[in-house]
Design a protein around this ligand. Structure first.
Ligand code: SIN
Length: 297
């Protein structure tokens, strides 16, 4: 019988076998695990890391030196990997590692630039949106280009009862086409084949965490096209009001990047975005991996 506390102590038959060195990222939200080398972590340590992640929702591990193979293997220990719909910005031989960057090599951009600068949850335009996102810092600007992660469970709990009652049971249409054709950066028209490959999906506005039933606001501002049963303008105003609520400073962890950082979050209970940086002066290269999720309910 295995037990684990919030700080990552794995107990087997009552005996602690691995104790991780941890601290909160901000009071009550997120965890940093210190003094681990993921390239050489043994099975019990890995198990403790996975459990610690699930108990905290956001996890930081600094100073890592992982090859693409090692990075994919580590991420795959959380579940099945999900490749991005777009294939052109991936690491050679690794379609599951998507590059976010402003870097241009031999006249060609190597990654998607300013890809996640509005508040969103990853891949909500899929029937089964991402469960977990991992970002690995390869090159980071010395200022800005931060990642902000908001606690969508804490925010839901803090909503006035009247709002909770009003939004209970609402369903939202999420659309890859709407997301791609209206976004500020990387905007383009979908091909006919892409439209067929990415049908719109409907997800609840409030989702329950499949592990413990915690309720979270399920928001992805760019992909949410309309709230079912509501005039478009009213639906958009509601989404904006909720997004403004969730993204108050009190619910946010702001991550300042260092090279070698691994930052992971549970997309079932968080909302995130990147901040802008001076892309004429600085270079930012991130590797991003997704773990497949379940259908939200
Ligand atoms: C993302 O939105 O998936 C990436 C955020 C970032 O680049 O910090």
């Amino acid at each position: 019988m295995q037990n684990l506390d919030k700080n990552g102590v794995v107990e087997l038959n009552g005996q602690a076998t691995v104790t991780l060195d941890t601290r909160e990222l901000k009071p009550g939200f997120g965890v940093e695990i210190m003094n681990v080398d993921l390239a050489s972590a043994d099975e019990e340590t890995l198990k403790a890391i996975i459990d610690t992640f699930h108990r905290n929702g956001v996890m930081l591990i600094r100073n890592q030196h992982l090859t693409p193979d090692e990075l994919s293997a580590f991420t795959a220990s959380f579940g099945e990997l999900e490749s991005n719909i777009l294939k052109q910005f991936t690491v050679p031989d690794h379609p599951e590692i998507y590059i976010l960057s402003n870097k241009v090599v031999d006249g060609k951009p190597i990654g998607a630039h300013f890809d996640g600068v509005t508040w969103h949850t990853d891949a909500t335009y899929l029937e089964r949106p991402a469960m977990t996102t991992l970002l690995y810092g390869i090159e980071v600007p010395p200022e800005e280009g931060d990642t902000l992660i908001a606690d969508a469970v804490g925010a839901f709990n803090a909503l006035p009862m009247e709002t909770k009652t009003k939004i209970d049971g609402l369903q939202v249409l999420h659309s890859y086409r709407y997301f791609t054709e209206t976004r500020e950066y990387g905007r383009r028209q979908l091909t006919e084949q892409e439209k067929l490959d990415t049908p719109d999906v409907v997800h609840p506005l409030i989702r329950k965490h499949p592990v413990d039933g915690r309720k979270a606001l399920f928001l992805s501002t760019g992909a949410m096209q309309r709230v079912l049963g509501m005039p478009d303008e009213e639906g958009r105003a509601l989404i904006k009001k909720l997004a403004d609520f969730v993204t108050q400073d009190r619910f946010i962890y702001r991550h300042k990047w260092q090279v070698g950082d691994i930052l992971m979050w549970d997309d079932r209970c968080t909302v995130h975005r990147a901040t802008f940086y001076d892309d004429k002066k600085y270079t930012r290269v991130m590797y991003r991996l997704w773990v497949k999720g379940d259908r939200p309910f």
